[in-house]
Write a protein that binds this ligand. Structure first.
Ligand code: KG4
Ligand code: ZN
Length: 369
C-alpha cells in the first residue's frame, strides 16, 4: 500500500524557499557492500561504504556471509554517514533503500533497517530500483560550499556536467548489462540487454580461470596496461539487435587456454598481461559496437556510462575516442559512484520524493525486478 500524504511533506512543499530543502538517508545493501548516504536535495552530504573482503577467498559472493556482514555493518555505516553529513536523525525527511534486484538475504537487511528507521521517526519510506540508481549516479552533485568530501581525500575535482534528456545509458555491472533510453529522471526504457552473462561477470569469470582474485575486473584493468590487446582473439557474439551475449566469449577464452596449456603449462604466467589486455579489448569492442548501433538507431548523442564496469579505463578511453568521431557528449560518474553505493540510491530517492512516490511499510525486497 503506498504511503499516504505525510504532514511533513506537505509542509516542505508548501514552505518558503528556505524550508523547501529535503534531507534523505539512503541505504544500499543489494550485494556485498553495505552503504549509507545522506543527500540534501540533489546534493550529496556523505556516502559511506563498507566492503566485505570475506568473499575474496571464495572467488565470488557467498550470500549467507554477505547477509551476516550487512547485519554487522549497517548500524556503524549509517551512524558514520549521518555524522559525516552533520545531520541528526530528526533532520531526516525520508529513508530510501534498495528494494532490488539483488541477493534476498542482503536486501532484507537494508529494507528492515530502513523500515525501522522510517516507522520510529514517522517519516516516509522510498523503495529504489538498484539499476535505476546506477543510472541516476550520473546526477550526484556535491554541495558547492561544504566540506564533503574533504579536499585531501581520494576524490578528484568533480565533473559537474550532467547529461540532458533524452540520453543513452550503457549500464554495465557485475549483474547487468543494458542500454537504456533515459527520458527523464524516473522514466527509462531498456532497448538492449544481455541474454546471458553480464559484462562484469565476463571479466570476473574469465579472471577466475587465469587465477585472479574476485572481483577480477579491476585487476584485469591494471594488468592489461602492460599487455598487447591484439595478441589473442576471442569469439564475439553475432546478434543483430541491441542485445548482448558474453557466454560465448567465456567459452572461447576457456577453450583457447585449454589448448595453449597443453602446449605450454606456463602459458598463463608467461602471457598474463596480454591475456588480460586481449580479453578486455574484446569486451570493450562488444560493448561499444551495440552502443554505436543504439546511437545510430535513436539519433541520440548524449551518452552516459554507469555501473561498476564503467570504471574500466579501456572502456572509458574507447567511449571518449568514439565521442570525438561521432560528436557524442559522454558522461561518466565519479569512481565512487560507479560501484554499488548509497549515493545513487539517495539521489533516486530524492527524485522519487519530489514525485511523491512512497512505499508502504509492507513493501518487500525483490531479488528480481
Ligand atoms: O556495479 P557493481 O559495483 O556491482 C553490481 O551491481 O554488480 O559492479 C561490479 C562489477 C564487478 O564485476 C567488477 O569486476 C566490475 O564491476 N569492475 C570492473 C572494474 N571495476 C569494477 N570491471 C572492469 N574494469 C574495472 N576497472
Ligand atoms: Zn550494482
Amino acid at each position: 500500500m503506498p504511503h499516504k500524504n505525510h504532514s511533513k511533506i506537505i509542509k516542505k512543499r508548501s514552505g518558503t524557499a528556505d524550508n523547501m530543502s529535503v534531507t534523505i538517508l539512503a541505504i544500499e545493501s543489494s550485494c556485498d557492500d553495505t552503504s549509507a548516504a545522506v543527500v540534501r536535495d540533489a546534493f550529496l552530504l556523505s556516502n559511506r561504504i563498507a566492503n566485505q573482503d570475506v568473499h575474496r577467498t571464495f572467488g565470488g559472493v557467498v550470500p549467507e556471509l554477505a547477509s551476516r556482514a550487512h547485519q554487522q555493518n549497517i548500524i556503524p555505516v549509517v551512524d558514520t554517514a549521518m555524522k559525516e553529513a552533520g545531520v541528526k536523525p530528526e533532520e531526516i525527511d525520508a529513508v530510501a533503500f534498495t528494494q532490488g534486484p539483488g541477493l534476498m538475504g542482503s536486501l532484507l537487511v537494508g529494507a528492515s533497517f530502513a523500515k525501522g528507521f522510517a516507522i520510529s521517526r514517522n517519516i516516509p519510506l522510498i523503495a529504489v530500483n538498484h539499476l535505476q540508481g546506477h543510472v541516476l549516479a550520473l546526477f550526484v552533485q556535491r554541495p558547492p560550499d561544504t566540506r564533503y568530501p574533504a579536499p585531501d581525500t581520494q576524490y578528484p575535482a568533480p565533473d559537474t556536467r550532467q547529461p540532458s534528456f533524452p540520453f543513452l545509458c550503457l549500464l554495465v555491472s557485475g549483474g547487468h548489462t543494458q542500454i537504456l533510453v533515459v527520458r527523464d529522471y524516473l522514466e527509462m526504457e531498456i532497448i538492449g540487454q544481455t541474454i546471458d552473462d553480464a559484462a562484469g561477470e565476463a571479466f570476473d569469470k574469465c579472471g577466475k580461470v587465469i587465477g585472479l582474485p574476485y572481483p577480477a575486473g579491476p585487476v584485469i584493468d591494471k594488468l592489461a596496461k602492460q599487455g598487447d590487446p591484439l595478441a589473442f582473439t576471442f569469439s564475439r557474439p553475432r546478434i543483430s539487435d541491441l542485445n548482448y551475449s558474453f557466454s560465448g566469449l567465456k567459452t572461447s577464452f576457456l577453450y583457447f587456454l585449454r589448448d595453449r596449456l597443453k602446449e605450454d603449462p606456463d602459458f598463463i604466467e608467461k602471457n598474463l598481461n596480454s591475456l588480460c589486455a586481449s580479453l578486455q579489448y574484446t569486451i570493450v569492442e562488444i560493448l561499444l559496437n551495440k552502443l554505436r548501433q543504439a546511437s545510430k538507431l535513436t539519433g541520440i548523442r548524449e551518452i552516459g556510462l554507469a555501473g561498476g564496469v564503467s570504471a574500466n579505463s579501456a572502456l572509458k578511453a574507447a567511449v571518449n575516442e568514439e565521442a570525438i568521431k561521432r560528436r557524442w557528449n559522454v558522461y561518466i560518474p565519479e569512481l565512487a559512484y560507479t560501484m554499488d553505493n548509497a549515493a545513487m540510491i539517495a539521489i533516486t530517492g530524492y527524485y522519487k520524493f519530489l514525485k511523491g512516490e512512497f512505499a508502504g511499510h509492507d513493501v518487500a525486497p525483490l531479488a528480481r525486478m
